[in-house]
Design a protein around this ligand. Structure first.
Ligand SMILES: O=c1ccn([C@@H]2O[C@H](COP(=O)(O)O)[C@@H](O)[C@H]2O)c(=O)[nH]1
Length: 275
């Protein structure tokens, strides 16, 4: 999917909501455990109920890898279902990959070609040659970890270098000069709302994937204050806050209501920027 197509979808749905498909057999409604593939059954119901309010879905691969072959098959079925039924929706494999170039090119092939995701999250720690194999895929997007939502982000990402610049600033400034950097997006946690002003000065045009709204306590309004750009430029993710809004048979309806609630807040900003 091109960035222009993503922006078009944001405009049409008046939403920049990304729903995290972090399906966990210990949390999904009990009645689904009788299904042949409970994870896929859960995801399918969530997707069907929420697709009008969401422009992106983000399965975190950990939740599938945890169940071995069965989990990977559920992931494959989920992405195929989205691509076939809702081809205008942007898909993110939250896999946080990155390795020496030869290996990264295999990861890129797995997520972009074999599974057919539009994007994958990648860690910047191994540098340019570990990221450029992902960037080489046209109309696929590499979402580089910049300032993550967790407490541990302060351990390395905000440490200052000799010139007094924070490490994640260096990541942003360096990565935008890599080959095919038009295919880059960045992860910035909603819990780090006070940093969005500086981040937007460094990367005014790139999309930011923003996890941390909902269960982690991030605030949509604060993120929007400085995170938005003239194309919206944000994909704000909520996983547990939406998919586990109810653990009973009404789970899909409850997820729909939560997604609608967030979409209604987002609509105000989209109307201002893209009308
Ligand atoms: O900085 C980051 C990067 C990734 N994540 C992932 O996003 C979702 C958030 O889930 P919630 O249930 O909405 O808290 C999850 O898959 C994380 O692994 C993140 O939270 N922060």
């Amino acid at each position: 999917m091109t960035t222009a197509e993503l922006v078009q979808q944001i405009k049409q749905k008046k939403s920049f909501l990304c729903i995290g498909l972090d399906a966990d057999l210990d949390k999904i409604p009990e009645h689904l455990l009788q299904e042949e593939d409970p994870i896929f059954a859960f995801n399918k119901a969530i997707i069907d109920a929420t697709h009008k309010f969401a422009v992106a879905y983000k399965p975190n691969t950990a939740f599938y890898e945890a169940y071995g072959v069965k989990g990977w098959l559920a992931l494959e079925k989920t992405i195929r279902y989205i691509n076939e039924q809702y081809p205008d929706v942007f898909t993110i494999a939250d896999a946080k990959r990155g390795d020496i170039g030869n290996t990264s090119s295999r990861y890129a092939k797995a997520f972009f070609e074999d599974l057919g995701f539009d994007s994958v999250t990648v860690a910047p720690y191994m540098g340019k040659d570990s990221v450029e194999p992902f960037l080489a895929f046209p109309n696929k997007h590499t979402i580089l970890l910049a300032l993550t939502s967790n407490q541990g982000a302060l351990d390395f990402q905000t440490q200052t270098l000799v010139n007094n610049e924070e490490l994640y600033h260096k990541v942003l400034k360096t990565a935008v000069n890599w080959k095919n950097s038009q295919n880059l997006m960045f992860v910035v946690g909603a819990t780090k709302a006070s940093s969005f002003k500086t981040i937007r000065e460094l990367v005014p045009n790139h999309f930011l994937l923003v996890p941390g709204v909902g269960a982690q306590g991030g605030n949509l309004k604060e993120v929007c204050e400085y995170g938005l750009n003239n194309q919206v430029g944000l994909l704000v993710n909520s996983s547990r806050g939406i998919i586990y809004a109810s653990r009973q048979t009404d789970f899909a309806e409850a997820a729909k209501n939560k997604a609608f609630e967030l979409q209604q807040q987002m609509k105000v900003y989209v109307d201002q920027l893209l009308s």
